[in-house]
Design a binder for this molecule. Sequence first.
Ligand code: MN
Length: 312
Amino acid sequence: MPAIQVADNLILPRLVGPLPESVERSVVKISPARAGLEGAGFPVYRGFAGLTVQDIDPFLMLDQLGPVLNGPFETKGAPWHPHRGFETVTYVLDGEIVHHDSNGGGGIIGDGDTQWMTAGAGILHDEMPTDKILNTGGWQHGIQLWVNLPKILKFSAPRYQGIVASKLTLATSSDGGALVRIIAGDIAAHSGPGSTHTPIAIAHVTLAAGAQLSVPWNPSFNAMVYMLLGGATVGTKRHALTPHHVALFGAGDHMVVSAGDQTADFLLLGGLPIREPVAQYGPFVMNTQDEIRQAFQDFEAGRLGVIPAPSG
Ligand code: MN
């Protein structure tokens, strides 16, 4: 799996484990993803399908794209479409996506890279396989996370951050068995490169068989583990978590994930809940239905942006 790797975890800084009085978070819900199709018809697992808006706040959606092995000319993308009112975070574990937006942002998101797009007041974009991937096929595996914006920031200016794999903050567990790639936020005093409007933390962890990660977690954040590949046990009762399942944790100061006899790849996710009404329709996420109607009118009038002329 070609997301960023290191030859030896032991060269990485160790995450300082929880203090003795720290309370371990227990798992309050384990929920399967729902399989579906997105964009022009690529397979996705809707990771949060079984959780409520309140459970996942400040997140809105998690899609795991693949992993899928495509033949030549089979790889599909998402053609031009609008967004308003939130941020999209796309992290590629395997494959390549080329992206353009109506604000002049864009580029290739390759193995281990992250694209962070703040739609804010409005943007149009596409997310397509590169010509190379289209012609040759190959593995595609990634995630797309939607992070909500509070009412006061829904009309902020669109912003684009391209975070290449080498910029991720890497750390390991006290036993050296974890590769923790921090994409955004602070985890045990290590800061990821993503700059967020809403306080959140996201990491992609590879946990070797038999290893354990005990990770301090901001007590005011919600906390989830989404299993991508392999399996592990989570929480105080050591519940089994298998691929395409999410564990939602209750209150506390740290989380424990233990790998069994296989390597586990998972996301650690959490953030400060926004606690505002969520009105969502398709690509728009606002606070009221009136604001959704306005978003459609603004889109149809071209006020969310226009598709730029192809370059080259
Ligand atoms: Mn999109």
